[in-house]
Design a binder for this molecule. Structure first.
Ligand code: FES
Ligand SMILES: [Fe+2]
Length: 365
């Protein structure tokens, strides 16, 4: 788990005046909304006897513990202990941790870390969300593995002709090689655009939408934002048709990830197509699920030499470098779980050396 980032943790619509329990980053949180609509996030454990505050209720913008009724303000301080006689002071340590929150793109974002406000990496931009002509649908899927594997799967193009050979990858199943691509590196993100020439074996929905008469191939832009957001943008060869799949891969604990996604489309924007858009996103992820959950170790190795890489892995190499940078800065709580070291593999080390040079060049340009 990496600290000092904003984490999309729940849909805005799920947070009401009824306290909501949330497990994320190996922590227990309680979230609620006051009568002005403002959202607050606090630690869920009452320091008196450890009861879960999410079983309590909201009163005058405060949260009341269900066990002995201690009342906490939104700033975490306890302002009332009903069992105390008048004049008995409230212990100084009777307070809950609080966490900054923002609402964006239909999600609640919680900042977990200790960086001052001005130094915090920003929430990723998703301008299409507020642009007229785009339609959004939401969905989610839980994975029994570490978020780093789930994130890397979402930005990995070379698995598509294999895991998805009978669905979205049917058109490239017979031509699985990936053209060389450049990685564009941002401050906390990176992206790459690849093109896919679909064969006439493309099936179903994709056959309809990938108009073979057009000369332009399908373009896919794969991006990640540290530490656990992926974004895929499909630019179809029909007019300006696009689909954007924006996913928050929420780290629940070391072995559990909850992916909450938004699918945005700028065509067939009437509600009747929502169900289908949701179903397609889920079907694709369910195809990935057994393979991704089979990966050992569950967490990606901290060092590049922990696994082998080929050129089509460039984007995930950059992700691993960003992650290593965060760990080196002391932002992580993850141990190094390398089980194999491929340092002696000549092909791998030569290739890695080139990658490191290239990434350094991109980072400086
Ligand atoms: S456990 Fe919360 S008030 Fe006692
Ligand atoms: Fe996939």
């Amino acid at each position: 788990m990496l600290k000092n980032f904003w984490y999309a943790c729940e849909l805005s619509s799920a947070i009401t005046s009824k306290p909501k329990h949330l497990t994320m980053l190996n922590q227990e949180f309680v979230l609620y909304r006051n009568s002005q609509g403002q959202v607050f996030a606090l630690s869920d454990r009452c320091p008196h006897r450890g009861a879960s505050l999410s079983n309590g209720w909201v009163e005058d913008g405060c949260i009341r513990c269900p066990y002995h009724g201690w009342k906490y303000q939104a700033d975490g301080s306890c302002i009332e202990i009903p069992a105390n006689q008048p004049g008995v002071p409230i212990p100084k340590k009777a307070r809950l941790n609080t966490y900054p929150v923002q609402e964006k793109y239909g999600f609640i974002w919680l900042f977990w870390g200790d960086l001052p406000e001005k130094e915090r990496p920003p929430i990723p931009l998703l301008p299409e969300f507020d642009t007229p002509g785009w339609r959004a649908v939401y969905g989610e899927l839980q994975w029994n593995t570490h978020y780093t594997r789930v994130l890397e799967n979402a930005i990995d193009i070379s698995h598509v002709p294999f895991i998805h050979r009978n669905s979205i990858g049917s058109g490239i199943a017979d031509q699985p090689s990936i053209e060389e691509y450049d990685v564009r590196v941002g401050e906390w993100s990176a992206s790459a655009t690849v093109t896919a020439n679909q064969s006439n074996k493309t099936r179903g929905f994709w056959k309809t939408i990938l108009n073979r008469q057009e000369s332009r191939p399908l373009r896919v832009t794969l991006s990640f934002y540290m530490p656990s957001i992926s974004r895929l943008e499909f630019d179809f060869p029909i007019g300006h048709f696009k689909i954007i799949l924006f996913i928050a891969h929420i780290p629940i604990d070391a072995n559990t990830t909850l992916s909450k996604w938004i699918v945005l489309r700028n065509f067939i924007t009437l509600p009747f197509a929502d169900r289908d858009a949701r179903k397609r996103a889920l079907k694709t992820m369910l195809e990935d699920k057994p393979i991704i959950e089979s990966q050992i170790p569950k967490v990606v190795p901290n060092h590049l030499t922990g696994e082998l890489h080929v050129p089509s892995d460039n984007l995930s190499i950059v992700y691993r470098k960003f992650r290593k940078k965060c760990l080196d800065m002391g932002w992580g709580e993850e141990s190094d779980v390398n089980v194999v070291d491929y340092t002696d593999d000549q092909i791998s080390t030569d290739f890695l050396y080139q990658q490191i040079q290239e990434i350094a060049r991109l980072g400086n340009s």
